[in-house]
Ligand binder design. Structure first.
Ligand code: FAD
Ligand code: SF4
Length: 473
């Protein structure tokens, strides 16, 4: 009886089938398989529709989660996908890589005591399935004749393009790379997000009328002034690519790699570019310094590159890691060792390159900027042997040089300033230019870049005088 009233008692939380560890570390394929049809419905039925959807508030896009869970439960997959797309232009991508434990699922009412509904996995499955069945996002039949240039084909740029195309505006997206996606393609490894998923989304956006002009760097191949002249508005979503420099003595040694160039080179090689040089980690002892999602991607990539041992060194404890719990678990399952409460002090080297890392133990003391601050314990230094070291201390916004030239203001850390008094949300100090994603926030999350793109599109539509069909979420 209780089972009938409370499906969450009958169906336990279950993610789609996971590829066994021994197999998944052999290549870069996504580690989660598919839900069978009924499994997704059963998992969706676990939602108790609690009446106060904390999950929606935990989601930066305020997705209408209980409503689309009900549609999936009832087998109305295309309707569920349509509702998902009203607030989220990239649901299959967010469903795969959002840190749900810190967002929607962390706020699910069932999380305390009964385990959260598998919101991300259902969002992913329903979108994949609807697209497979031929469902496509609706596009306005009426064309406005307006044109908007978008610099950067990362999630922020793609999100703007989707909303503008729906409203009958022509979006042209420029990117310096040969594929769309930004960090979705060139940063996040395929075991988290298969590149065919981004490719499918490209097809969907092109069908909607989005034009991609790739291999084109604005400021080098096309002048920014040309965009200002030829388009009704411009969106800048150029990301955050400046690595935080920990200034460790010895960090310039052979065998020390910065996280993003390491991941980008490997991504390009997997995509078939044989011209890029990728470090050879076979049989090596690899130490990764840092505790965020990028560090987790590096340790798991190093495992797949046949390193002998991979150790993640982080200066706080496990509870205070910035990365997703799920990714830490996946890394651990794949054989990565973690050394917490260790502050790196120096890279050790000999004439051939890196030989190790000197670290000191830490303890967490008073909060600073909302986070526990690690304090070094005197006399606790130790050396960790290493043949290769990957540094992953975070990234800062890296606005293109032409921003200054055109009066697009930035703050002391180079983040573009948007939405100042008298401006529309996401509008920069240049009235025709809007910006969002990591270029505005510094290194952040895909879902927040998608949010910025969606909101910037609303502002652009308002500025160019197009009513739009964009949901206000
Ligand atoms: P980007 O994705 O960086 O895209 C910017 C684009 O602009 C790039 O394609 C770039 O080529 C292009 N560009 C820049 N300058 C120019 C120019 N002058 N002309 C033309 N094109 C230009 N977030 C999550 O939510 N979950 C995760 O699991 C996750 N894992 C991550 C793993 C790694 C390794 C990294 C580095 C980040 C990860 N993130 C993750 C963060 C997430 O990827 C970013 O927050 C998100 O991609 C930012 O989107 P964006 O569109 O602002 O910028
Ligand atoms: Fe959760 Fe991310 Fe989907 Fe929002 S977009 S519901 S946070 S998985």
């Amino acid at each position: 009886m209780a089972d009938k009233q409370f499906p969450f008692l009958k169906f336990h939380r279950a993610l789609p089938r996971e590829v066994p560890v021994q197999i998944r570390v052999l290549d870069y394929r996504e580690i989660y398989g598919e839900f069978a049809d009924n499994d997704a419905g059963d998992q969706a039925a676990r939602c108790i529709d609690c009446g106060n959807p904390y999950c929606s508030w935990g989601c930066p896009l305020h997705n209408r989660i209980p409503q689309w869970l009900k549609l999936v439960r009832d087998g109305r997959i295309e309707d569920a996908a349509a509702l998902m797309h009203e607030t989220n232009p990239l649901p299959e991508i967010c469903g795969r890589i959002c840190p749900q434990d810190r967002l929607c699922e962390g706020d699910c009412t069932l999380e305390t005591g009964f385990e959260a509904v598998t919101i991300g996995a259902i969002e992913r499955w329903a979108t994949d399935e609807a697209l497979r069945r031929g469902w496509r996002p609706p596009v306005s039949a009426e064309k406005t004749g307006k044109r908007v240039a978008i610099v950067g084909a990362g999630p922020a740029g793609l999100s703007v393009a989707d909303r503008l195309a729906r409203a009958g505006v022509f979006p042209e997206v420029f990117d310096r790379y040969t594929e769309i996606g930004g960090l979705l393609t060139y940063g996040i490894p395929p075991f988290k997000l298969d590149k065919s998923i981004v490719r499918t989304r490209r097809d969907v956006l092109e069908e909607m009328g989005v034009r991609f002009t790739l291999n084109t760097e604005i400021g080098r191949d096309v002048a920014f002034s040309t965009l200002l002249q030829d388009y009704d508005a411009v969106f800048v979503g150029t990301g955050a690519y400046r690595a935080v420099d920990a200034k460790l003595p010895g960090q310039e040694s052979a065998g020390v790699h910065s996280a993003l160039p390491f991941l980008i080179a490997n991504a390009k090689r997997i995509l078939g570019d044989a011209s890029v040089a990728v470090p050879n980690l076979i049989g090596k002892r690899v130490v990764v310094l840092g505790g965020g999602d990028t560090a987790m991607d590096c340790v798991r990539t190093a495992v797949r590159m046949d390193a002998e041992r991979v150790v993640c060194v982080y200066r706080r404890d496990e509870q205070n890691m910035p990365g997703s719990r799920r990714e830490v678990k996946n890394a651990r399952d794949e054989g990565v060792d973690f050394l917490f409460n260790r502050q790196p002090l120096a890279i050790l080297r000999d004439e051939n390159g890196v030989t190790g890392v000197r670290v000191a133990q830490t303890r967490l003391v008073a909060m600073r900027n909302g986070r526990a601050h690690p304090e070094i314990l005197a006399g606790s230094e130790e050396d960790i042997a290493a043949d290769a070291v990957i540094t992953s201390f975070g990234f800062l916004a890296s606005p293109p040089h032409w921003c200054d030239e055109f009066g697009i203001e930035r703050d002391a850390t180079s983040k573009l300033i948007v939405g100042a008094a008298g401006r529309l949300p996401l509008q920069t100090s240049h009235p025709k230019v809007f910006a969002g994603g990591d270029a505005v926030r510094g290194a952040d999350l895909v879902v927040r870049a998608v949010y910025d793109g969606r909101e910037a599109a609303k502002s652009i539509l308002q500025m160019i005088g197009v009513a739009g069909v964009v949901s206000t979420a």
